[in-house]
Design a protein around this ligand. Structure first.
Ligand SMILES: [Zn+2]
Ligand SMILES: [Zn+2]
Length: 279
């Protein structure tokens, strides 16, 4: 599988010279399976540019997995150009923890008076599948969800294909168990032996006391999880909106220093827009 990041920023898109290296777009990950299927995780602002590329490549078939419906994870949906193209087919997957459906949640990004184009002007065909537990198969790719520890709940995902594993867990608070969330050891078991793990790394230790219960993790807790789960490659994800490139570089350097100190073979980086990892 090929994993490409189109947005790794948390909470709100940012721009400016201090954010050029890691990018300002919010969560959107593209996964191309070995058989060529296009999976997308979340429709944050990063999906706008992915949409342009998909139009250029004449792609019309997509599988979109939602982690949850906080604004930064759905705000790009109306700007994903393939939805206005006749013949586009999109399968949506996710678990809604309210009475609403995935359709209602995604269409809320286009509700008047907040957006000028009406949801029924969309030309694509949609199919909605509740994926709250169990596993799901798309060609040779097996997808397994896990409940997040996050306000209003959500899902992380494990993607497995041809012996390779990618685990994606963002908006997850490892030090505090939110209602519906799981324990640290459950996330550790879920990520065990993964070739690649992207995990929420929103805070540094000093910031956390004021942000307990906000649903995010300290990056050193995420590193600890990656090391205890013995993952091969760990990516810091969901960068705080105020975190500059230099500050993220310093976080990565701290992770690498710790990894060297304990003689681990795990590698670590911060996920930037444009990152491509092939498993
Ligand atoms: Zn978020
Ligand atoms: Zn969230």
């Amino acid at each position: 599988m090929l994993i490409r990041c189109w947005g790794s920023r948390g909470s709100i898109p940012v721009s400016g010279k201090e954010y050029l290296k890691y990018g300002g777009d919010t969560t959107c990950i593209e996964i191309m399976t070995d058989s060529g299927a296009r999976l997308i995780i979340d429709t944050g602002s990063g999906i706008r540019e992915l949409g342009k590329k998909m139009i250029d490549e004449n792609q019309t078939r997509f599988h979109i997995f939602f982690t949850h419906f906080h604004w930064d994870h759905i705000m790009g949906f109306p700007f994903f150009r393939p939805i206005y193209k006749e013949g586009t087919q999109i399968d949506f997957y996710g678990c809604v923890f309210t009475k609403e459906t995935i359709e209602e949640m995604s269409s809320k990004t286009m509700v008047s008076p907040n957006f000028p184009v009406n949801f029924n002007e969309v030309k694509a065909e949609f199919k909605y599948t509740d994926l709250c537990s169990g596993t799901f198969q798309i060609d040779s790719m097996t997808v397994t969800p896990i409940y997040l520890s996050h306000p209003n709940k959500g899902l992380g995902y494990k993607f497995q294909e041809n012996g390779k594993t990618f685990v994606f867990i963002t908006d997850n608070e490892l030090r505090y168990k939110q209602p519906g969330g799981l324990d640290y050891k459950d996330y550790m078991e879920f990520a065990k032996g993964a070739d690649l793990l992207y995990h929420d790394s929103e805070y540094i230790e000093e910031e956390y006391p004021e942000k307990i219960t906000w649903g995010h993790s300290i990056y050193t807790d995420s590193l600890k999880l990656a090391l205890e789960a013995n993952v091969k490659n760990f990516g810091l994800f969901h960068h705080n909106q105020n975190r500059t490139d230099d500050e993220i570089d310093a976080m990565v350097e701290n992770c690498r220093a710790h990894i060297r100190k304990i003689n681990s073979s795990t590698t670590c980086f911060a996920v930037a827009k444009g990152n491509v990892v092939e498993l």
